[in-house]
Design a protein around this ligand. Sequence first.
Ligand code: C2E
Ligand code: MG
Ligand code: MG
Ligand code: MG
Length: 279
Amino acid sequence: FAKSQGRNNYKFYNRKMNEKAAARLIMENALRQAIEKGEFELYYQPQYCLVNKTISGCEVLLRWFHDDKFIPPDVFIPLAEETGLIPSIGQWVLEQGCHQGAQWISKGINIPTVAINVSAFQFQHEFYRMVDNALRKTGFPANRLELEVTESALMADAVRTQRLLTAFKKSGIKISLDDFGTGYSSLAYLKKFSLDKLKIDRAFIDGLPDDKDDMAITASILDVAKHLGLETIAEGVETQEQLDFLEAYGCDNVQGYYFSKPIPASEFELLINASNDIR
Ligand code: C2E
Ligand code: MG
Ligand code: MG
Ligand code: MG
C-alpha cells in the first residue's frame, strides 16, 4: 500500500512540476514576443525635491500587459534575467524612456531627470555603448539621465564596474543605488565606487515613524550619505508622517504613493504641468 501511494505521490509531484515548467515556458515565449507585439508600456512615477518643493524627476517603470492581464515586473524581470532576454528588454526601456524625455523637453516640459532601472545582468561591457546609442538616437541629454542600479550590479566585477562608472560620470550620467540597505556590505561599495545618489529601500520607510529600528536605520543612512556627499531619495513614501520624518532628517528627495503611483506618460505630463502652474 505504502509503495503504491508513494508512487502516486511521485506521479502527483511530477505532474505538478511539469505543469509549472510548462507555464513557465509559455510565459517565456510570450515575453520573447512582448516587444514586437507592443505589449510593453512605460509608466512614470514623480520624484519630489524636499528642498525646492518641486518635481525633481521621475522613475521609469516597465509595465507588461499580456492577454488583457497585467503581469508585474517582480514576476517577469527575473524571468527575463534568467532567460537572457533582459538586454533587449533593457535596451527597449532605455530608448523608449530617453525618447519620452526628449519629447517632453521639446514640448517645453521641464523634466530635470529621468531615472531608468538597470538589471545587474545588463551591467556588462557593452552597456555603456547601449546607453550612449540611446542618447544619440533620441537626443536626450546625458546629464538628465539617471541609472538606478542595485548592489548586485556593482558586486560582480569590481574592475569592470569601476570602468563603467567612470565612463558614465564623464558623460554626465548619474548613478543611483537602488534598494539601498537590503543588499550586501553596502558601506564598502559607497567607499569603493563613486555614486551620486542613495535610494533608501521601501522596507525601511514602511515602519516610519513608529518603528525604532526603521527610524534608526533611515536616520543613519541619511547621515552617512550626507557625510559622503551623496544625494538621497526615499522610496515608498505613503503617509504624511513618513514625509515629516524624512524632511526632519534631511532627506533630499521622496517618491511614493503619497504623491502619485506610477502613471502613463500622458498623465505624467498633466501632473507636471499642474505642478509648474503652482510654482
Ligand atoms: P524598484 O526599482 O525598487 O521600484 C520601486 C517599486 O515600488 C515599483 O514597483 C513602484 O511601483 C513601487 N512603489 C512606488 N511607490 C510605492 C509606494 O508608495 N508603496 C508601495 N507599496 N510601492 C511603491 P514595480 O513597478 O512593481 O517594480 C518592481 C521592481 O521591478 C522595481 O523595483 C525594479 O527592480 C523592477 N523594474 C521595474 N521596471 C524595470 C525596468 O524597466 N528594468 C529593470 N531592470 N527592472 C525594472
Ligand atoms: Mg528603481
Ligand atoms: Mg527600489
Ligand atoms: Mg526594488
